[in-house]
Design a protein around this ligand. Structure first.
Ligand code: TMP
Length: 248
């Protein structure tokens, strides 16, 4: 059966999800839109979708080879990702190796303080409620997931962190923290979905501590795409670069 793109299923702040003629498959379109502050600060950055889709696909392929089940199937072309359909949980799972961002704004942690084991935080994905931090009782009372699912989510998240942290360390990048989202497949299994990109991670140069992620946009800096390109350039091997005609 030839795959055909169908109706728009969901429109997020940076990605669109399209149905296909196969009910179990969706196509995720990575747009160039970038937002912060629950969508209040907005812009379009040329080729952001292109780079984020390539970076996400690299991370998903790496995780699949490390036996982490993901939504990802393949990139049809930069910007368009063929994926398994999931029922997404409205949870933002954040894992922190180093104190930064809202954690140091809200709690008396020292900036750049290291966490071993890392801290896992779960927020409610809702622009309307401004993504408030959850606890297990609230998650269960809102029927957002079960205790068993939470246990599984925490275990998989720790595994993902170990895989990505080690991979990025070899590329001279510190994985300070990141946010991921999970969904359930047709069998009811918890599967990693969405994206893993400089939009959803804090990535610091290991030598200079230069920021290589969306914090640049949040702070109003102009060199956002240069940083995203730098991440792509460091994590992709020459075979990946040839495949996507990237010459850096
Ligand atoms: P925070 O320190 O601002 O709470 O962010 C923690 C991590 O989550 C950081 O890597 C950026 C990422 N993140 C998102 O992916 N989406 C969001 O809406 C927010 C607020 C953070």
């Amino acid at each position: 059966m030839d795959l055909q793109i169908g109706d728009l299923l969901y429109k997020g702040k940076a990605k669109d999800v399209y149905q296909t003629n196969d009910p179990e498959l969706v196509i995720i379109k990575f747009r160039d839109d970038i937002t912060a502050g629950d969508g209040k600060k907005k812009d379009k950055l040329t080729k952001k979708g292109y780079y984020n889709s390539i970076i996400s696909s690299k991370f998903f392929e790496l995780l699949e080879t490390s036996r982490v089940k993901t939504q990802y199937i393949k990139l049809l072309e930069p910007g368009l990702m063929l994926s398994h359909r999931l029922d997404m949980l409205p949870l933002e799972i954040i894992i922190r190796n180093i104190a930064a961002g809202s954690l140091v704004r809200k709690f008396p942690f020292k900036s750049r303080q290291e966490f071993e084991p890392p801290i896992i935080q779960i927020d409610y994905k809702s622009d309307e409620y401004h993504d408030p931090m959850l606890n297990d009782d609230i998650i269960l009372a809102l029927n957002l997931s079960t205790q068993e699912e939470l246990k599984r989510i925490r275990a998989i998240t720790l595994r993902i962190n170990e895989v990505l942290k080690g991979f990025l360390k070899d590329k001279d990048i510190i994985l300070t923290d990141f946010k991921i989202e999970y969904g359930k497949n047709y069998r009811g299994e918890i599967v990693l979905g969405d994206e893993i990109s400089p939009d959803t991670c804090r990535l610091w140069d290991a030598q200079t501590f230069d920021v290589l992620d969306k914090d640049l946009f949040r702070k109003g800096e102009s060199n956002v795409m240069e940083a995203y390109q730098q991440v792509a350039s460091r994590i992709l091997n020459s075979e990946d670069k040839n495949k996507w005609n990237l010459n850096f």
